[in-house]
Design a protein around this ligand. Structure first.
Ligand code: C2E
Ligand code: MG
Ligand code: MG
Ligand code: MG
Length: 287
């Protein structure tokens, strides 16, 4: 009995795995086709001055509308794209789209704000990443100073010496950098000190936990305070992600965090919406 049962569960297990594998292959194929068919586009989430709500910069976030499935979440396709290497094709398209959008905003006379683009570990660690990004910018006529790259803390943590060298080279050309999802990868402080970056972004998991009453989450509150203190000590801008409530905003302001992004202010929205928000801001400056 044990034997047949064992076999049955084995079969069940392989069928599950088969299904998962098939789903992944189907998703990967759909992504490749989607890139050809220009199904990917960008939305932009404002990063605001927490005290006034004024838009200081933007984060470009990729969106994918599949013709049959509808919107597919980046949380689902980006990890697969990173695993399979498809991100090396998608990443340049994201940067190109961001540059084209910046040019369009410029042409419409929108006030200049830096645009942050997410760079996955695999993209960042390509030996010719500087040449690749410069070539995209050249083709679209955008200066490096307009772009900030977000690399995750874990991406920045691997191949430390090379990372520092690449960051320094790209900095020298005018690119800015921030460390995304900070607090999730246990960076050594000694190492962080050596990273030529301009900002760190407090991972949203810490901020989201605060919700209504920070006092109910003393650990998250302590971590956030520590990251803010650390960032400022190192002369870095500190940006909080996942700000959804007034209580979170209060807490962050109280502890000296100047900039945040989150649903309290705005989700990621299409480029035209950003333009309208910026225009409104010029007409009625936030105080
Ligand atoms: P991330 O770079 O840390 O981006 C923040 C994510 O949090 C975004 O999800 C954003 O829409 C979401 N978010 C913003 N405000 C709030 C809030 O107040 N509450 C909550 N619960 N969530 C908020 P999204 O767009 O689904 O992207 C997820 C992740 O996918 C990103 O995390 C990033 O790692 C990756 N990703 C997105 N676009 C790109 C891209 O163009 N290139 C690369 N390499 N990765 C990307
Ligand atoms: Mg990001
Ligand atoms: Mg993040
Ligand atoms: Mg994140």
């Amino acid at each position: 009995r044990a034997k047949t049962q064992g076999r049955r569960s084995y079969n069940f297990y392989t069928r599950e795995l088969d299904q998962q594998l098939q789903d992944r292959m189907q998703l990967e194929q759909a992504m490749r086709l989607g890139l050809e068919n220009q199904e990917f586009y960008l939305c932009y989430q404002p990063r605001v001055e927490l005290s006034t709500g004024r838009i200081m910069s933007l984060e470009a976030l990729v969106r994918w509308n599949h013709p049959q499935w509808g919107p597919v979440s980046p949380g689902r396709f980006i990890p697969l794209a990173e695993e399979t290497g498809f991100i090396l094709a998608l990443g340049p398209e994201v940067l190109r789209l961001a540059c084209l959008q910046i040019r369009q905003w410029d042409e419409q006379g929108m006030p200049v704000v830096p645009v942050a683009v997410n760079l996955s570990a695999r993209e960042f660690h390509q030996p010719d990443i500087l040449e690749r990004t410069l070539s995209t910018l050249q083709q679209t006529g955008i200066e490096p100073g307009r772009i900030e790259f977000e690399i995750t803390e874990s991406a920045a943590m691997s191949s430390v010496e090379r990372t520092i060298e690449t960051l320094a080279q790209m900095n020298a050309r005018g690119f800015h950098f921030s460390i995304d999802d900070f607090g999730t990868a246990y960076s050594s402080l000694n190492y962080l000190k050596r990273l030529p970056v301009q900002a760190i972004k407090i991972d949203q998991s810490f901020v989201l936990d605060l919700q209504d009453n920070p006092e109910q989450h003393p650990e998250d509150a302590a971590i956030i305070r520590a990251i803010i203190g650390l960032g400022h000590t190192l002369g870095l801008e500190v940006i909080a992600e996942g700000v959804e409530t007034l209580a979170q905003r209060e807490f962050l302001l109280e502890h000296g965090c100047r900039i945040g992004q989150g649903f309290l202010f705005s989700a990621a929205v299409p480029g035209e919406r950003i333009q309208a928000m910026m225009l409104k801001q010029v007409e009625h400056p936030p105080r």
